[in-house]
Design a protein around this ligand. Structure first.
Ligand code: C2E
Ligand code: CA
Ligand code: CA
Ligand code: CA
Length: 278
């Protein structure tokens, strides 16, 4: 038994070691990824429930690591947040996204809006206002075509500061959206304190619709509340026709998920846009 314990320990230590090595590899790589041009943006359509017309694209960051291949954000965003690298990276995302939108405009391909994810660390800073305003001006994009997605916990961490920061962003003319709605903060009072436009129902509540009675009740309740408070609502993670039909029947106007398209790199999205507008 002692031997077995020791083996388990050694196995565990080796496993830990591999994780630590990967972390180090990612962390040192992350520092250079920006200058080496290893980040790329993918874009996922958000469509109108009734017409399936494109309403917005969510911008999703990817890292093309020279040895590890395409690294998904769950594996490097937390690290980027811990190291503070998320600030320059987030700045790049906003600028690059605006440039891409201007490129599609030039091609005559109509993308009404982009939705960009913010991290808590970007949200702490007044610099965000300058970054957003700068990126819009540089690309010549109207502020109303940009929507910033943030989580409930981000705005509730420091509600007083959030009120002023969100007020300034709103004054610029950008739209504000709560991501993963329903999974974070337990009080809803913030919904009337902040100048929000959109709620994104978290994918965990979309799963199993319409059969899952609990999720159906939650989704319906969110939609009813959002209607009364005049928020627009996006359902995330829509994968089946049955989910889309249920959500549409319950008044959800915007849908996003693999049913319509996976997140695509700019080139493939350009082809997708051409198919939409023949
Ligand atoms: P999120 O903002 O909730 O983004 C939605 C995630 O769900 C994306 O994962 C997307 O690929 C995935 N998804 C979309 N449709 C479906 C579907 O029908 N089924 C399933 N199973 N999944 C679907 P992704 O791209 O891996 O991003 C994960 C998270 O990383 C994002 O969650 C967001 O929190 C973060 N993230 C991505 N890009 C950025 C960024 O530029 N900045 C920051 N701060 N965070 C980002
Ligand atoms: Ca998001
Ligand atoms: Ca989300
Ligand atoms: Ca999420």
């Amino acid at each position: 038994a002692k031997e077995a314990g020791k083996n388990t320990y050694q196995f565990f230590a080796a496993e830990m070691n591999a994780q630590a090595i990967e972390r180090l590899q990612l962390e040192s790589g992350l520092r250079q990824a920006l200058e080496r041009g290893e980040f790329e943006l993918h874009f996922q359509p958000i469509v109108a429930a009734e017409t399936h017309r494109l309403e917005a694209l969510e911008v999703l960051l990817r890292w093309r690591h020279p040895e590890l291949g395409l690294v998904p954000p769950v594996r490097f965003i937390p690290l980027a947040e811990e190291t503070g690298l998320i600030r320059p990276i987030g700045d790049w995302v906003i600028r690059q996204a605006c440039r891409q939108l201007a490129d599609w405009d030039c091609l005559g391909l109509h993308v009404p809006r982009l939705a960009i994810n913010l991290s808590a660390r970007q949200f702490e800073q007044q610099a965000l206002i300058v970054q957003v305003a700068g990126a819009l001006a540089e690309a010549g994009i109207a502020a109303g075509r940009l929507e910033l997605e943030m989580t409930e916990s981000m705005v509730m961490q420091n509600p007083c500061e959030a009120v002023s920061l969100l007020g300034e962003l709103k004054a610029l003319g950008v739209r504000l959206s709560i991501d993963d709605f329903g999974t974070g903060y337990s009080s809803l009072s913030y919904l009337k304190r902040f100048p929000l436009d959109t709620l994104k129902i978290d994918r965990s509540f979309i799963e199993g619709l319409p059969g899952d009675g609990d999720n159906a009740a939650i989704a319906e309740a969110i939609l009813a509340m959002a209607r009364k408070l005049s928020f627009s609502v996006v359902a995330e993670g829509v994968e089946t026709e049955a989910q889309a039909a249920f959500l549409s029947a319950k008044g959800c106007q915007l849908l996003q998920g693999y049913l319509f398209s996976r997140p695509l790199p700019a080139g493939e999205l350009t082809a997708w846009l051409r198919r939409q507008t023949p």
